[in-house]
Write a protein that binds this ligand. Structure first.
Ligand SMILES: Cc1cc2nc3c(=O)[nH]c(=O)nc-3n(C[C@H](O)[C@H](O)[C@H](O)COP(=O)(O)O)c2cc1C
Length: 190
């Protein structure tokens, strides 16, 4: 399974790091990971996480510079199963919605939409203004799965990692990959 992970400069870069680590360690399915990290995400990676760029690059099978518009994944002829942008900044969401493909993340996302391939975006912003909401609605209408970084609490998270892996689990659900990253709600258990 060829999967593109794009990490952009919204707060919550740790969500992207966790997804990357989880997919790279999957036992039941082999995933060929193509990783792109925006320049703004690199700054947030330093600020918000203990992970380094080198560590992330080593985790992926292929790493691309976000300016590399000649990369294979910039073309629809490259077969990929799924792209996830996590976290997805409002700037990147706006560009994708309006067809601005001035970097590899937005171009690869645009290709996913034109080829009717699975594109999942994990927006992180609050509060949302009407431009944000309009872009997210229109992306959803174009077939993009909008999966906000909004962890639930019914699995009774005890630590920060439980909130992060909940989002990773929801993404794996959407990709049809079985996992036990969070305890599913099984009815009224009070
Ligand atoms: C510390 C910091 C936190 C930010 N957090 C967010 C955020 O949570 N959501 C968002 O949409 N933009 C956020 N931004 C703004 C984006 O980084 C900015 O819009 C940038 O142009 C996004 O570029 P990119 O999508 O190419 O990474 C933040 C910026 C900084 C410096």
């Amino acid at each position: 399974m060829d999967v593109i992970i794009g990490i952009t400069g919204a707060s919550g870069v740790e969500y992207g790091v966790n997804l990357l680590e989880t997919l790279s360690q999957m036992q039941n399915v082999h995933i060929n990971i193509h990783l792109i990290i925006s320049e703004n995400a690199k700054k947030l990676l330093k600020f918000e996480t203990k992970s380094t760029l080198d560590e992330l690059n080593l985790t992926a099978n292929n790493y691309y510079d976000n300016s590399d518009l000649g990369a294979s994944i910039a073309s629809g002829s490259k077969m990929i199963e799924c792209m996830i942008i996590i976290p997805c900044s409002m700037s990147t969401a706006a560009k994708i919605n309006t067809g601005i493909t001035d970097n590899l993340i937005t171009r690869a996302a645009d290709v996913c939409i034109k080829e009717h391939r699975k594109l999942i975006i994990v927006p992180r912003e609050t509060p949302l203004n009407s431009t944000h909401l309009k872009n997210l609605l229109e992306l959803s209408q174009k077939g993009v799965l909008v999966l906000p970084a909004m962890p639930a609490f019914y699995h009774r998270p005890a630590e920060l990692n439980d909130l992060i892996t909940f989002i990773t689990g929801k993404i794996l659900d959407s990709m049809g990959i079985t996992h036990e990253l969070y305890a599913r709600w099984s009815g009224d258990e009070r």
